[in-house]
Design a protein around this ligand. Structure first.
Ligand code: GRF
Length: 221
């Protein structure tokens, strides 16, 4: 069984989805710990409620990003994790950390990458007047929000959308695609060749329209 560590700084709704899917047997991984850089992160409470070790690594105890990341990586190695799932982890990881876990760190980003890297994606999409927005799961590389894409899903932007409405719509699709990508990893189906993610040896960058998983009954077990 794939041992996953989830790193989260905040609310942890993606973490909750992963926990729920795991508990209901729809996602075949074991979440071996949740680690946060924020003592008050609700994600840590969610972990405790689910009987998952909740670990706070306080940035104040380290004089540099690299020192912090060494502790993080030691902790992850102690946990014997196969996969690191970033779910709203608001720290930039050092190259040393990223290189310690090649193609074993996944992130979810609230935009259709490569568009809208960085923060405040929903407001930026609304300001630009885009008709579509979405979320992307990708492997993490040194360059922020630029690693090889595993899966993304598009959602429509309506002319009267508020930022909150749009954010909620994007979150719904995050809850759909992150477990899919994690399950592909857990099944040993993913590899990276020349900067491109392959699933079962074929380019897997799949764009899900909003009906696809329902129609194919992806979770229909
Ligand atoms: C999500 O929007 C995710 O795309 C981004 O951070 C947010 C985390 O939300 N990386 P939550 O903590 O999972 O609710």
């Amino acid at each position: 069984m794939t041992r996953a560590v989830v790193l989260a700084s905040g609310f942890g709704s993606n973490l909750q989805t992963i926990i729920d899917r795991t508990d209901s047997g729809k996602l075949s991984i074991e979440v071996v710990a949740v680690i946060s850089d924020q003592a008050q992160a609700f994600a840590l409470q969610r972990a405790k409620l689910a009987d998952i070790p909740a670990i706070f690594v306080d940035p104040k105890n380290f004089s540099s990003r690299i020192e912090y990341d060494v502790e993080l990586s030691d902790e992850i190695k102690r946990l014997k994790a196969d996969l690191i799932v970033l779910a709203g982890f608001m720290r930039i990881l050092s190259i040393q950390f990223i290189e310690s876990f090649p193609w074993r760190i996944m992130n979810i980003h609230p935009s259709l990458l490569p568009k809208y890297k960085g923060l405040n994606t929903h407001a930026r999409v609304l300001n630009a007047g885009d008709r579509y927005h979405g979320a992307t799961v990708h492997f993490v590389t040194e360059e922020l929000d630029a690693g090889p894409i595993i899966i993304h899903k598009k959602v429509p932007v309506y002319s009267n959308d508020t930022e909150i409405e749009l954010k909620n719509r994007v979150h719904e699709c995050e809850y759909e695609i992150y477990p899919i990508a994690i399950q592909w990893f857990a099944d040993g189906e993913l590899s990276v060749d020349n900067g491109q993610v392959l699933r079962r040896g074929k380019p897997c960058f799949a764009e899900l329209s909003h009906w696809w998983p329902v129609k194919l009954n992806f979770w229909g077990k």
